[in-house]
Design a protein around this ligand. Structure first.
Ligand SMILES: [Zn+2]
Length: 239
């Protein structure tokens, strides 16, 4: 039993170590999540702008072709106007001409609008792209750094966990049950040393008879006040 109780103390040490390591991760996971989300949003936004630009360029090409067609139509109508014989025919041709000119104006106006928009977008995009490249580089560097730190902590924890597994395999089931139950209720601390005749967890005075029993380590002794398992860690620590 003495050996088992010593292992229980070792188990507490390991669990304390694990808890410390877990705490050392701090807000790294949240920070990684935050950076990743922002970066994705920004990249999506940039992609949206690029897609809009593509659409505008396509419309620009289409309008340029249409404008040429309108101009050809107007030239043709102009020619035919000289061959007109009657007033009625003249009116009809003139109407066609007005319609073609109207369409030409509409398309030219829209083309101008698109060109201005593309020009404005281009300037904005250039500035935006630089900002985004900058942010992306910084975010990716920070994510890499945080992941590296987390990775170190995680691999350390994995090593400690396998040590814990090896330890708990041959630990008495009854002891394990007491340990787990107390640990849950007492914020992670189930095993405490005896400190100057008192429980190291709640500083409750322990009667001499119980102290003797704790020193004998023939069975687990729990504190009547806080329920923690009390162990004798040798004169130095316990004085
Ligand atoms: Zn206690």
């Amino acid at each position: 039993m003495r050996e088992q109780l010593a292992e229980l103390a070792r188990l507490q040490e390991i669990d304390d170590q694990l808890a410390r390591l877990e705490r050392s991760k701090g807000d790294y996971p949240q920070r990684i999540e935050e950076l990743t989300t922002t970066l994705t949003e920004q990249l999506d936004l940039q992609q949206g702008v690029a897609e809009e630009e593509k659409g505008l360029q396509k419309e620009q090409r289409h309008l340029e072709r249409q404008i040429k067609d309108h101009q050809a139509t107007i030239a043709r109508l102009q020619e035919r106007l000289s061959e007109v014989k009657t007033n009625k025919e003249w009116d009809a041709r003139q109407k066609e001409m007005d319609a073609a000119k109207g369409e030409l104006t509409t398309d030219e106006d829209r083309l101008l609008e698109i060109m201005e928009k593309l020009e404005g977008n281009g300037d904005e995009e250039e500035a935006g792209e630089e900002d985004l490249d900058d942010f992306r580089a910084r975010a990716e560097a920070e994510i890499k750094d945080l992941k590296g730190k987390l990775g170190t902590v995680d691999s350390k924890m994995a090593r400690i966990r396998s040590e814990r597994d090896a330890l708990t395999v041959h630990l008495d089931d009854g002891l394990k049950r007491i340990y787990n139950r107390v640990k849950e209720g007492k914020q992670g601390t189930a095993v405490v040393p005896l400190v100057r005749g008192a429980c190291g967890g709640c500083y409750n005075r322990i009667p001499p008879q119980t102290i003797t029993e704790i020193r004998r380590a023939e069975r687990p002794i729990t504190c009547e006040n806080c329920g923690r398992i009390m162990l004798w860690f040798g004169e130095e620590e316990n004085q």
